[in-house]
Design a protein around this ligand. Sequence first.
Ligand SMILES: C[S@@+](CC[C@H](N)C(=O)[O-])C[C@H]1O[C@@H](n2cnc3c(N)ncnc32)[C@H](O)[C@@H]1O
Length: 222
Amino acid sequence: MDLWQDFLTNQGREIHKWEHYFPIYERHFSPWRGRTLTFLEIGVAKGGSLQMWRRYFGPLARVVGIDIDPRCKACEDDGVFVRIGDQSDPAFLASVIAEFGAPDIVLDDGSHQMRHIEASFDFLYPKLTKNGVYMVEDLQCAYWPKFGGSVDDPRTFINIAKSLVDRLNAEHTLGAIEPDDFTRDTYSIGFYDGIVVLEKGQVFRRKAQAIGKAPGLLAAFR
Ligand SMILES: C[S@@+](CC[C@H](N)C(=O)[O-])C[C@H]1O[C@@H](n2cnc3c(N)ncnc32)[C@H](O)[C@@H]1O
């Protein structure tokens, strides 16, 4: 069953997601189905999304939820683990990594506060496995003041991600931006309505080639 059907027919705990996220989840998460993976969701609430991820990824998946609300501990299930703490606390995040290892996928659906999203990303992104996926959802909040959002603030996650595009391309900036671990370890940055997703991965060869005939140009070179 695809994720959208699973969501529509959910009889388990409540899941709270925007409908238009489902094709985005499928695009980025479907290659991981049936594989051994550690999936970390920030924000548990009623626990329905953790159950959905476990059904979607299958029996080899370990789904870990973190939430600041101690009641969420009751959402633990077969293959579903919940740890209680603050997503902006590096010591708490370190304890989760120490217990479960590096996550393959992080989905941030937590407080939606810009400073919290930034703190989680700064700590967790470098820890992701080498082809891992980091997705932040509900970034409508990046424009809303009560979540620390605004169009102009450079520390909303939308604006942080925009500046990361330049770090992804640092090799081409003629020395303006020094390539760093982010440049070396990041394959792509995607922007959707309400979602930013980063895929880790390395570009081993940066080499432009011209292969094949260019008939229109040949006469000019003779
Ligand atoms: C949008 S809900 C999660 C919804 C759930 N993922 C789903 O799809 O059904 C957000 C959750 O983030 C939690 N939260 C709020 N602030 C947090 C923080 N600083 N650290 C961790 N979790 C937090 C809230 O307690 C709430 O359960």
